[in-house]
Design a protein around this ligand. Structure first.
Ligand SMILES: [Zn+2]
Length: 108
């Protein structure tokens, strides 16, 4: 692969992808806020003010699994999930460009 022959947009995709992989946490999954009552009879949640927790939900080899995200991890996890999604989009863009080249029998 001769990098100099790539289009400007393809070079941009690749360099952003490299940056994501080298400098970011990456996490596949979706975030879901769950509300619940804690069970304490005097707690404010008994009057309808439920406790909320953030969960990361993921399918691993076809099996769903989830993990509760502590408050002080929320920013990091939200960022990692969003960076993973961006990485997936970038990979798809690169795959599209390569698809085009194969279809047009264009080696570079
Ligand atoms: Zn409660």
């Amino acid at each position: 692969m001769h990098r100099s022959n790539l289009s400007a947009s393809e070079r941009r995709f690749r360099s952003r992808l490299t940056q994501l992989i080298q400098q970011h946490w990456l996490l596949r999954g979706t975030l879901s806020v769950r509300s619940r009552k804690c069970g304490k009879p005097t707690c404010r949640c008994t009057t309808g003010e439920l406790h909320t927790s953030l969960y990361l939900v993921q399918s691993q080899q076809g099996q769903p699994r989830q993990v509760c995200i502590p408050r002080d991890w929320e920013d990091r996890v939200r960022q990692a999930v969003s960076d993973y999604q961006e990485m997936q989009l970038l990979l798809e863009e690169l795959s599209q460009l390569e698809w085009q080249r194969v279809r047009e029998r264009r080696k570079e």
